[in-house]
Design a protein around this ligand. Structure first.
Ligand SMILES: [Zn+2]
Ligand SMILES: [Zn+2]
Length: 274
């Protein structure tokens, strides 16, 4: 195993912005990003010592994984994070590739609507949790979701019991909680659609440990609706089984959605310090 590059040895004061950095400093950053798995082949050709497209994508992926504002530039917050003492083990290994992908939407703007609501939760709570579940993905990759009253939408959401018209009947309480259809060309007219079994004991209340957390399951199903398969990594939201509330994406989920859509193009305001 090679020694991780030590960013703190570099002069932080001299390199507040990527455009001001020397070739040697950029080279150091590239070595750091490569060592921890952020500089990936899929980002394209790398020019050593240049703040090129591949390096910027790697910086965006790093910022996403560390919860930093996704600016794509080597700003002070990013450089300070890189300078912190840390474990030398790789963050994203090309070998563990735990996420899987099936298909992707062509366009970054996706629309959704509700065909029916649950008997277990208030409509306003469902709409709020669905928006939050979509938000977990749109914060980390280049997709945006809008609820609309139009007939023709990309993702139709419904609650149903038993047979509900798609040859995949639900099974009553427990067992299968929900299912979703992958983006075109999969799924035919159902592509992207997401169905929840209304025989489950759904809850919107994060402190209700007896119920099934709707936001957690919705976020997992929307992962399928944007084209992710299941992950082999325990702790990933896209792991197949439900084991309690998980209202966040793991690094593996982030790597998965970014492999399909790339990092978000604009900085998300959600977790930017003011
Ligand atoms: Zn269904
Ligand atoms: Zn699943």
């Amino acid at each position: 195993m090679t020694t991780p590059p030590n960013i703190s040895q570099m002069s932080l004061n001299d390199m507040l912005y990527s455009r001001d950095m020397s070739g040697d400093e950029i080279h150091g950053i590239q070595s750091y990003l490569r060592h921890y798995g952020y500089l990936q082949d899929r980002f394209g050709a790398l020019h050593d010592g240049e703040y090129d497209d591949a390096t910027e994508k790697a910086v965006r992926l790093y910022q996403c994984c560390f919860g930093l504002p996704v600016t794509g530039s080597l700003d002070q917050a990013t450089l300070c994070e890189m300078a912190k003492p840390r474990c030398g083990f790789v963050d994203i290994s090309p070998m563990d590739g735990a996420f899987t992908t099936v298909s992707r939407w062509e366009q970054p703007e996706l629309t959704y609507k509700f065909n029916s609501f649950s008997t277990k939760m208030a409509q306003a709570d469902i709409e709020r949790d669905v928006a939050a579940a979509f938000g977990l993905w749109s914060e980390q990759c280049d997709l945006r979701f809008t609820m609309t009253a139009d007939d023709a939408v990309d993702i139709e959401i419904e609650f149903a019991q038993g047979e509900h018209g798609d040859d995949s009947p639900f099974d009553g309480p427990s067992g299968v909680l929900a299912h979703a259809y992958f983006p075109p060309p999969n799924g035919g007219p159902l592509a992207g659609d997401t169905h929840f079994d209304d025989d489950e004991n759904w809850t919107c209340n994060v402190s209700d440990t007896q119920g099934i957390d709707f936001l957690t399951v919705a976020a997992h199903e929307f992962g399928h609706a944007i084209g992710l398969g299941h992950s082999r990594q325990r702790g990933a939201l896209m792991f197949p089984s439900y084991s309690g509330t998980q209202r966040f994406l793991a690094a593996d989920d982030i790597a998965g959605c970014q492999s399909l859509y790339g990092p978000p193009t604009a900085s998300t305001s959600a977790d930017c310090p003011s």
